[in-house]
Design a binder for this molecule. Structure first.
Ligand code: ADP
Length: 275
């Protein structure tokens, strides 16, 4: 074997370093200093992924951290609506400026760039993934303690590209207590393993409904599976969130900054302790 020049493009040797997976991670904008990136994933839409992302961001913001949300759910962006943000994002020669919520969380979402937010996004996977990458590379996020990424649902092409291009420190999986839960979690666990990213915690949203008349907890969507599922996959932190009409109404009014829930408070402390 000839001496290594560290330039694989001009060398035909089949050495171990050539077989290393290519590092596809992109650099953030030069004016962004992002400490930790947490991606929030779900197996399918409608389980409350954006809601949990917003609650985590609101909680961390309340604790005095500098928080950003990158809305990567390009075909179903709901973060601006939850936080009542309608302003259009604008850019200058250095990049795109995110929009601030009432209490100072920086957000970027495709809906902040579209002229008409009701326009459907009829784009193929690579274009969608490219847009998410640009939210990472072109947005001037400034100083950030925690960036939460509201991921597109599922474990397909787009989430995979996002995980390859953005240095994610940990994943949070959001589920509902339905039968498929363990299959969905298993897929997320396998994807995280492939990408070498730890799963920080598992949230079972709409886990139960507490009757305000008798105080009894009703399992509207079936028995909870969160404990045994977390044990099965070695996930340390879990959170059970009830179906809460007030949560839905706060987000419908665009008051996402006020989505403070005690369950999320202790969950946030749990997941960030090892980060
Ligand atoms: P996803 O991001 O997974 O598609 P969303 O966060 O947009 O899901 O939530 C779907 C709908 O369910 C929204 O209308 C939201 O207000 C409602 N929702 C989510 N979690 C709860 C909850 N714990 N209690 C009541 N409504 C909820």
């Amino acid at each position: 074997m000839s001496e290594c020049t560290h330039d694989c493009s001009s060398c035909g040797e089949n050495c171990p370093s050539r077989n290393k997976p290519e590092d596809l991670r992109e650099k953030p904008n030069k004016l962004s200093h992002i400490e930790k990136v947490i991606a929030v994933v779900s197996g399918k839409g409608g389980v409350g992924k954006s809601m949990v992302t917003s609650m985590l961001a609101a909680e961390a913001n309340r604790k005095g951290k500098m928080i950003s949300i990158l809305d990567a759910d390009i075909t179903g962006p709901s973060i601006p609506r939850i936080f009542g943000v309608n302003a259009r994002a604008y850019g200058d020669e250095n990049g795109i400026i995110p929009v601030k919520t009432r209490k100072g969380i920086n957000i970027m979402s495709l809906n902040l760039l579209l002229e008409k937010t009701t326009d459907p996004v009829i784009w193929r996977g690579p274009v969608i993934a490219g847009m998410v990458k640009q939210f990472w590379t072109d947005v001037i996020w400034g100083d950030v303690d925690y960036m939460f990424i509201d991921m597109p649902p599922g474990t397909g092409d787009v989430p995979l590209t996002v995980f390859q291009s953005i240095p994610v420190d940990g994943i949070i999986v959001v589920t509902s207590p339905q039968e498929l839960v363990s299959m969905i979690v298993e897929k997320a666990v396998n994807m995280a393993k492939t990408m070498n990213i730890p799963i920080l915690g598992l949230v079972e949203n709409m886990s139960y409904f507490k009757c305000d008349g008798c105080g009894k907890e009703h399992n509207i969507f079936g028995e909870s599976h969160v404990k045994e599922t977390a044990e099965k996959f070695g996930i340390k932190s879990i959170c059970r969130l009830p179906i809460d009409p007030e949560v839905a109404s706060v987000s419908d009014k665009g008051l996402g900054d006020d989505l403070i829930r005690p369950e999320i408070g202790s969950f946030f402390s749990d997941i960030t302790v090892d980060l």
